[in-house]
Design a binder for this molecule. Structure first.
Ligand code: 5GP
Ligand code: ZN
Length: 113
């Protein structure tokens, strides 16, 4: 989608530090890391948010979830991690291309703000 920053990252139109990529998803390091390990996992397909996924996206997002364990292992998150999705205005979603924050390598507090 034109003007979507994460589509541009997926298409290599703007640079990012990619940790994992395959034909369906891309995982890159967040530019403002909130933990020693902080990456974003996105589908290459533009889906604005979890609220915008359709029946046809079920397999793709299921695939993304299945890959989380591999990406966590790749990043050396042996002691656990947190997967976060911010959705919509109250969820404080700032980039309107669905993404999952994978955070780790420190003890994370709960509840989040
Ligand atoms: P949200 O608040 O929408 O859940 O998270 C968006 C995340 O994307 C933020 O953590 C922000 O630091 C990250 N981000 C926004 N623009 C860019 C970018 O151009 N490159 C990278 N690597 N991260 C970005
Ligand atoms: Zn997009």
């Amino acid at each position: 989608m034109a003007d979507c920053i994460f589509c541009k990252i997926a298409n290599k139109e703007i640079p990012s530090n990619i940790a994992y990529e395959d034909e369906k998803i891309v995982c890159f390091h967040d530019m403002e890391p909130q933990a020693p390990a902080h990456v974003l996992i996105i589908p290459k397909k533009h889906i604005a948010s979890l609220d915008d996924m359709t029946e046809e996206d079920k397999e793709l997002l299921g695939y993304l979830m299945f890959k989380v364990q591999d990406i966590a292992a790749l990043l050396g998150l042996k002691n656990g991690y947190r997967l976060v999705n911010n959705c919509g205005e109250d969820g404080m979603q700032t980039v309107k291309h669905v993404h999952f924050h994978l955070l780790g390598k420190r003890k994370l507090t709960w509840p989040p703000g």
